[in-house]
Design a protein. Structure first.
Length: 289
């Protein structure tokens, strides 16, 4: 049986009781509209912890497009039922005012958390304020749950850096980044994929093909960020995509702009819009875990 709470204070009490019994807590923060990628995180958390809990909250603080926020699917009961089938012990949601009581439910009244320098460039450039919204809700969720470990997917690479910085400042929890879950075409699973028509879904797989092209150049000995990015560009250019960026970074020394020196490690990152749906993906080029 799964415990369902529609108020974060009730979830806080459940978590405190579990910790009081000496149990480890695995936590998966989500915005709902769950898919196999989320469920994979839940299964990993189940393997590594005594109890597993999941938050389901469409966080308005991290949306720069009001239309995107309105279109995002919401079905807490359906998501909770799915989580129960995959080993989740507790799922909770809440309102903006419940998470941030002093705000009175006003977005403007919520004090934002500084996401740090890892938020600069790429997503930080194309989605101003997004990572402040992410850092703010993640910090609050960690305060509610106080988990032993928190699980995130590698698809949102820069976000994992922001979350790790939040955890570092709070002296925990341990952040576990799990491999990107992909469809057979290579398309990274995302809740927004539901908004794609079948032909768009096929075109969306171009992002992964571009990343693979960069990895092939890396394996052939290329170490220039600019040349690796150019390899992605050649794949993306013919596709009906509005490309925002296709760039390469050192994953262990984040910089707002691409490094000029030859790379020892590399991650390729891409973002593009297909119709009104925004897609992102990334791939480690040096085969590091």
């Amino acid at each position: 049986m799964i415990h369902r709470f529609e108020n974060p204070d009730l979830a806080r009490g459940w978590c405190a009781e579990e910790r009081g019994h000496g149990r480890t807590l695995g936590f998966v923060p989500t915005m709902g509209a769950l898919h196999e990628g989320h469920l994979g995180l839940v299964r990993r958390a189940r393997e590594e912890n005594d109890r597993v809990c999941v938050s389901v909250f469409v966080n308005p603080l991290q949306f720069d497009d009001p239309g995107d926020y309105e279109r995002y699917r919401r079905d807490f009961e359906g998501d909770a039922g799915l989580l129960a089938e995959h080993g989740c012990d507790m799922a909770f949601t809440g309102t903006l005012e419940q998470f941030f009581p002093r705000s009175g439910g006003s977005l403007e009244a919520v004090a934002r958390v500084d996401p740090g320098p890892v938020a600069e460039g790429l997503e930080g450039t194309f989605r101003p304020g997004h990572f402040a919204g992410v850092a703010t809700i993640v910090q609050r969720l960690f305060e509610v749950v106080r988990p032993t470990r928190a699980y995130f997917g590698a698809k949102d690479f820069q976000q994992t850096l922001v979350v790790a910085e939040v955890a570092r400042r709070m002296d925990g929890p341990e952040i576990v980044v799990c491999p990107t879950s992909r469809e057979a075409s290579g398309l990274a699973r995302a809740s927004r994929n539901e908004q794609l028509a079948p032909d768009q879904r096929r075109e969306a797989a171009t992002l992964h093909r571009a990343l693979v092209a960069a990895r092939e150049r890396w394996r052939a000995g290329e170490r220039s960020a600019a040349e690796l990015a150019a390899a992605m560009g050649r794949v993306l250019e013919p596709a009906p995509l509005a490309v925002e960026y296709a760039e390469v970074r050192d994953p262990e020394r984040w910089t707002a702009t691409a490094p000029d020196a030859p790379l020892e490690r590399a991650v390729a990152l891409v973002a593009a819009k297909l119709g009104r749906v925004r897609l992102i993906d990334n791939l480690r080029l040096d085969d590091a875990p």
